[in-house]
Design a protein around this ligand. Structure first.
Ligand code: ZN
Length: 641
């Protein structure tokens, strides 16, 4: 078991060593600190990605060169994708992933046409694009364009942006949507280097998840931007945004891009970024990606953040004016190690990206803001974990395992806080058992040993046994490793969160529940996590007079802090509290983050008398602002629109 992963990498290396002898390409094992020219393909059964049609052991893409134009009027991105491939000498075809691409032609490196065909489509996966290979084919050029409804792209009208003057487009590739605008093998198991030339109309700016390769080149009424990523990445990490964008440096290697009207507020909120990078490096080794910039997106961005390498994408909803929600940045930054360096080979092992990152996030927060703040966030995370376990069938539910079985389902439908919070709880439990110093050394070594490589749960456990447990039977028993990873529910050895993390807040909840007045002095003193704890622990049924009291004491209907407003609106909707409806409407029509809008619409829709008519009215106004990832889940509530 311990050597399975090494054997698997070795097998893949041998396969491509054979290719090299026939002059088909060169491969190299990545070394710490170096770009991986061609990352290995894992051969173990649990490393086979069921969400990609690719058969990378026969023929795989290792470099993507995009030469594309952005057409806002047609809502399409199109041009040429040139793929460098590695293949077995006798491979007859290469299989790519395709979701609705309109393909014009396919040729080899010398321009000779290649036969191609698109197979039957699946609603989650899209369709296989099979391209016939000649014995000497090493390069493929595909002329194509994305469909207007491409799932990875959200096209915003000027009215849907913060600045209201220019259109905007951005991509969200994770988990399996990039195949709707890039024809490649869209699997995290098939890492690829990439480059891009992107044309856009003046005065818009293009940013991508890679360093700029050159200054923009103007021609006619457009400009061409070029980018180059020399590290191999999982293809879901290729990201683009184009719009009216401005940049402000935050430190020697960090800065923020956003629409000009949001630039000052975004830069102020992100002023701790360099300190965060320093803290993360101290824990997990040198930052490998060069720059760490961030793009703060328009309010319709569907998720909190996306760890696109060199350019984290962030929701503007983290801007509270007081840095109280920057744990989101710590999370996305931590992904520069967990997720981006060592990446889940398949979505069954999504926890390796997210659980490890959630753990690292709290370590970064502890470095910057102290152990009390970290303990509070851990405590809230454990609440989220318990909620996610209840929602996924309780402690025996198969989706409460860390190593999931996502075959036949969209990874987005299976993703839950189990991966994030149970994963983090697992790592905290190991840390407590072996001591922080030993665990930190192990985790740093894990990233070094698997830099720019796909990983699985089995590889993680084998590595942990080799480098941390080292045959210590007592420790092996104490850790319950296999139970944590392969069994549902929470093992008995979980390190409990600090029960005193919210002692004062919990007392205030009890006092309020007994009929006491809201404590304005305490509320003013509390940080965002304490306020969230208070609102979320209140009795779920409260009479109007008590809700009036809370709102007038704490100004909840008008708070700028989106997390606090959301917690309040959930309580208000549960109690059919009419005075919160204008605040609810303003909230739901001013942002499109799924975490906020999905639960509120669901709660409204489940209340046929009071809530549903409100939901129908607001959804008609809000839907055009939302990303397809969000409307997909809301349309099934049948709110019209
Ligand atoms: Zn994450």
């Amino acid at each position: 078991m311990k050597f399975v992963s090494r054997a698997a990498i070795l097998a893949a290396t041998l396969l491509f060593a054979a290719c090299r002898m026939t002059g088909e390409g060169n491969e190299a094992q990545p070394k710490p600190g170096e770009a991986a020219a061609i990352a290995p393909i894992l051969t173990a059964a649990d490393a086979q990605d069921t969400h990609s049609y690719a058969r990378p052991l026969e023929a795989r893409v290792h470099h993507v060169a995009l030469d594309l134009g952005v057409d806002f009027a047609a809502r399409r991105i199109g041009g040429t994708a040139t793929l460098d491939i590695q293949r077995k000498p006798d491979a007859k075809e290469i299989i790519l992933d395709d979701k609705g691409l309109e393909i014009e032609s396919v040729a080899d490196g010398s321009g000779k046409p290649l036969d191609w065909k698109i197979g039957a489509a699946d609603k989650n996966l899209g369709a296989p694009l099979a391209i016939a290979l000649r014995p000497d084919t090493k390069r493929i050029a595909i002329r194509y364009q994305s469909a207007p409804e491409a799932g990875a792209l959200l096209w915003l009208t000027p009215e849907q942006t913060a600045g209201k003057k220019h259109p905007y487009v951005f991509s969200q590739g994770e988990a399996i949507e990039n195949r709707s605008w890039i024809p490649t093998q869209d699997s995290p198991a098939v890492r690829q280097t990439w480059e891009a030339k992107i044309r856009v109309a003046k005065p818009l700016t293009v940013v991508m998840s890679a360093p700029r390769a050159a200054e923009p080149v103007a021609a006619g009424d457009g400009r061409t931007f070029s980018f180059r990523m020399d590290h191999s990445v999982a293809p879901y990490m290729i990201a683009i945004a184009a719009g009216d964008l401005a940049f402000k440096p935050l430190g020697p290697r960090s800065g923020v891009w956003t629409e000009p009207v949001m630039l000052a507020a975004a830069a102020a909120e992100l002023s701790d970024t360099e300190k965060m990078i320093d803290a993360a490096e101290k824990l997990y080794g040198p930052y490998q990606w060069g720059r760490y910039d961030m793009l703060v997106l328009p309010p319709s961005f569907p998720i909190g953040g996306m760890e696109n390498p060199t350019l984290t994408f962030l929701t503007p909803t983290f801007i509270a004016g007081d840095k109280s929600l920057v744990s989101l940045v710590a999370h996305e930054l931590a992904h520069s190690w967990s997720g981006n360096l060592a990446t889940n080979a398949t979505w069954d092992d999504f926890w390796l990206n997210e659980g490890m990152t959630t753990y690292a996030q709290s370590r970064i927060i502890e470095e910057l803001y102290g152990p009390k703040v970290a303990a509070q966030q851990i405590s809230l995370g454990v609440d989220d974990m318990n909620k996610a376990i209840a929602e996924n069938g309780g402690p025996t539910g198969p989706d409460t395992r860390l190593h999931l079985d996502t075959k036949g389902r969209s990874p987005d439908d299976v993703s839950s806080n189990v991966a994030y919070e149970k994963g983090a709880a697992f790592l905290r439990t190991i840390e407590a058992a072996v001591g922080r110093e030993r665990f930190d050394a192990f985790l740093k070594g894990w990233f070094e040993r698997h830099m720019f490589q796909p990983v699985t749960s089995a590889i993680f456990l084998a590595d942990l046994r080799q480098h941390l447990v080292k045959g210590d039977q007592a420790l092996e028993q104490k850790l319950m490793l296999d139970q944590w990873v392969y069994q549902p529910g929470i093992p008995a050895n979980m390190l409990k969160p600090d029960p005193k993390a919210f002692a004062e807040v919990d007392q205030a909840v009890s006092a309020f529940a007994r009929g006491g007045a809201p404590d304005t002095a305490a509320w003013t003193r509390w940080n965002t996590d304490e306020r969230l704890r208070f609102l979320n622990k209140l009795p779920r049924t409260l009479p109007k007079a008590r809700l009036d009291g809370l709102d007038s004491a704490f100004g909840l209907n008008g708070t700028r802090n989106k997390e606090v407003r959301f917690a309040w609106l959930e309580l208000a909707v549960a109690n059919r509290y009419d005075p919160a409806v204008p605040s609810l409407e303003e909230f739901l029509t001013s942002l499109g983050r799924g975490k906020f809008v999905k639960p509120l619409f669901k709660a409204l829709a489940n209340d046929p008398q009071w809530g549903r008519p409100i939901a129908v009215r607001i959804y008609a106004k809000a839907r055009p602002l939302y990303h397809p990832l969000v409307t997909r889940d809301l349309d099934i509530l049948k709110l019209g629109g």
